[in-house]
Ligand binder design. Structure first.
Ligand code: BDR
Ligand code: CA
Length: 304
């Protein structure tokens, strides 16, 4: 199985992404690191622990990371996932959040692995990854690939017309990660708009066995009225099922200086070409039915 680190801010779609990873035999989750994003970092870490416990992945450690973004004192959190971040679905907490800050864990694990062997998936604001890169320059280049949910390359944002939430929540961190010279693939709203769940699909999860599918269904019922998109599932699915997605290489940067447009993903324009830009693959198409099937199969395996 592919060794994988997941940085996230659960978040209902993050929770589904964790269930997908835990229920996919092709993946070996080495650690989960959490960041302030949808909710404060204390909450996102506990939520990740709860979701992994639900999946029976008690051996996967969860580490809390940065509590605020780089340029603002307060996190720019997001209430679309409810006050608890999991749509009010009370999941039991069995394990504990592990000792060790997310930045230290990212640095240790990436330095310990042979270059080009660990995959990294980022599902929240990029503060932890950026700080790990600042701590140990060149670190992110050691990942085999970094798949990021963030940005809106060719479509409007979801926080404002310019910006998608994860890049808006810490624009400077996003720019630090994009300019780190890593093998990067961006799953922005361009593709995650296609990861749309129908009410029928959510209803169909009732046929799956076990507590993970039941909890997933309850969380998605709470979420689908507000945002029926499984954003964070896309980059996790792409690690083991890349054929579900189409992408192309572009020159990219993230706007972080201009208050009006902060968090905007700049693509192939003069601004993206200036200074610390980079080449990343931007994903623009998903095979939605196959993606939803992949999620359902993982939930089924967790219940087996
Ligand atoms: C992103 O923002 C969060 O609400 C979701 O978890 C996803 O990572 C979508 O813009
Ligand atoms: Ca997220």
């Amino acid at each position: 199985p592919l060794p994988l680190l997941i940085d996230c801010d659960p978040g209902i779609d993050d929770a589904l992404a964790l269930l997908l990873a835990a229920g996919s035999p092709a993946l070996d989750i080495r650690a989960v690191t959490c960041v302030a994003g949808n909710r404060p970092v204390e909450q996102t870490s506990l939520n990740a622990r709860r979701v992994l416990d639900l999946a029976g992945a008690d051996a996967v450690p969860v580490h809390a990371g940065c509590a605020r973004p780089l340029t603002q004192a307060e996190p720019r959190s997001n209430l679309v996932h409810g006050a608890d971040g999991l749509g009010g679905v009370a999941l039991p907490l069995r394990g504990a959040v592990a000792a060790g800050h997310a930045i230290d864990v990212l640095v240790e694990l990436l330095l310990a692995a042979a270059p080009g062997t660990l995959r990294l998936v980022a599902l929240g604001p990029l503060t932890n990854l950026a700080c790990a890169e600042l701590r140990s320059p060149g670190l992110l280049r050691r990942a085999a690939q970094i798949d990021v949910m963030g940005g809106a390359a060719f479509c409007p944002g979801n926080v404002n017309p310019h910006a998608e939430f994860n890049f808006y929540a810490d624009p400077l961190a996003a720019q630090i990660v994009l300019s780190a010279g890593a093998q990067l693939q961006l799953f922005g709203l361009d593709v995650t708009e296609q990861a749309r769940m129908s009410d029928d699909w959510i209803a169909s999860l009732a046929a799956l066995p076990g507590p993970a599918a039941a909890a997933a269904q309850a969380m998605l019922r709470a979420y689908s009225g507000v945002d029926p998109l499984l954003h964070d599932v896309c980059p996790v699915a792409a690690v083991f099922a890349p054929e579900l997605f189409d992408s192309a290489a572009h020159r990219v940067a993230v706007e972080w200086r201009d208050r009006e447009r902060e968090g905007r993903l700049l693509v192939d324009d003069a601004a993206a070409a200036a200074g610390d830009s980079a080449i990343a693959r931007i994903v623009t198409r998903a095979n939605t039915p196959a993606l939803l099937d992949t999620v359902a199969q993982a939930l089924r395996r967790l219940g087996a």
